[in-house]
Design a protein around this ligand. Structure first.
Ligand SMILES: [Zn+2]
Ligand SMILES: [Zn+2]
Length: 332
């Protein structure tokens, strides 16, 4: 259910290599495209420099050398031999025809499971072999991109980047308005005359506008994906936690709502609602979830007997404004 919702929120996959990734800050999107283009063309271009003397002029000795056309090049300066990939993190990585598509989807926030399924590779192969190598190439070729990616992917940077914080603040404000303010006019007749009330006894019912002309009652959440959800007043906290990369288990611990209800009802409703006006936010949430999951996997792998996590203490409602979130660590 969640996965389907997330897939539909993603960028189209055709020619995805030419579409800048929206989860990257605008000033790093070109670096993202350059990174993918490098991986795409590394097997069809000449080496950039001799690993022995640093010279950049070569003679192609045997074009067909090795299975992927790695070629053998001789440095015109020191006669040192090298192939296209000598010294590269991509050396001996299989299926070179899939590299750039996989790297591009990775930059678009796809998780290892979805990428491996798409290309018929094993999840472990992608997670333990491909992605670390891509990361190395990124560090070598586009250090600025790598610093940003590393900080967010490894959850070292708690605050939202500006290009996500702006739509996130808008979405949170719209959500709070919907939950605390009655609508402006009657949905049945359009009249603005009537009684606006906020139910104090059952706050989850939210705000109602009772039309003074036709008598129709309009609830603020009527017609939104959130209609029918219980404990709606927790929606802004839920959104804040999800934007920070909190998993459904994290949200359950902080909000007291079951994981089943979160994944079956809350998540699809939230992604649908966000997707209507802020399509980058569902993408960001999918990516942050993946980052958080790989953190948990790393922590569990580092420790074969994980202890029950403790509750994170930070204030969920203000976390997106820069308060560092301390996610529970899975360690002894
Ligand atoms: Zn040389
Ligand atoms: Zn009316």
């Amino acid at each position: 259910m969640i996965d389907l919702e997330m897939s539909s929120a993603r960028a189209p996959t055709q020619d995805v290599g030419e579409i800048p990734s929206a989860i990257l800050p605008p000033d790093l999107r070109q670096a993202g495209l350059r990174f993918v283009a490098y991986i795409d063309t590394v097997l069809s271009t000449w080496p950039e420099e001799c690993l022995n003397c640093g010279a950049n002029r070569f003679k192609l000795m045997s074009p067909e050398h090795s299975v992927w056309g790695l070629g053998r090049f001789r440095c015109l300066n020191c006669r040192h031999m090298r192939s296209r990939l000598t010294g590269s993190p991509l050396m001996q990585l299989k299926s070179p025809d899939l590299w750039s598509s996989a790297a591009s989807l990775w930059l678009h926030g796809w998780n290892a499971g979805d990428i491996s399924k798409r290309f018929g590779l094993s999840n472990n192969c992608l997670l333990l072999d491909w992605l670390p190598r891509f990361s190395e190439v990124m560090a070598e070729r586009e250090p600025a991109l790598w610093h940003w990616w590393h900080a967010y992917h490894d959850l070292l940077e708690p605050s939202l980047p500006v290009h996500i914080a702006a739509p996130a603040d808008e979405a949170l404000a719209a959500l709070r308005r919907m939950l605390t303010q009655p609508v402006e006019r009657c949905v049945a007749c359009g009249s603005i005359k009537g009684r606006r009330r906020i139910s104090n006894r059952t706050p989850t019912q939210g705000c109602v506008f009772e039309c003074g002309v036709c008598g129709h009652s309009t609830r603020s959440v009527a017609g939104t994906p959130f209609d029918g959800l219980k404990s709606r007043h927790l929606l802004p906290d839920f959104l804040t936690l999800r934007l920070q990369g909190g998993t459904h288990s994290d949200c359950m611990r902080q909000l007291g709502i079951t994981v089943q209800s979160l994944s079956a009802n809350w998540e699809p409703a939230m992604l649908r609602w966000l997707g209507q006006r802020w399509p980058v936010l569902p993408q960001w949430i999918a990516w942050r979830t993946q980052c958080r999951r790989s953190q948990v996997v790393r922590q569990v792998r580092a420790n074969t007997h994980p202890r029950q996590p403790f509750i994170a203490q930070s204030n969920a409602a203000t976390a997106h404004q820069g308060t560092p979130v301390t996610w529970p660590k899975y360690e002894v």
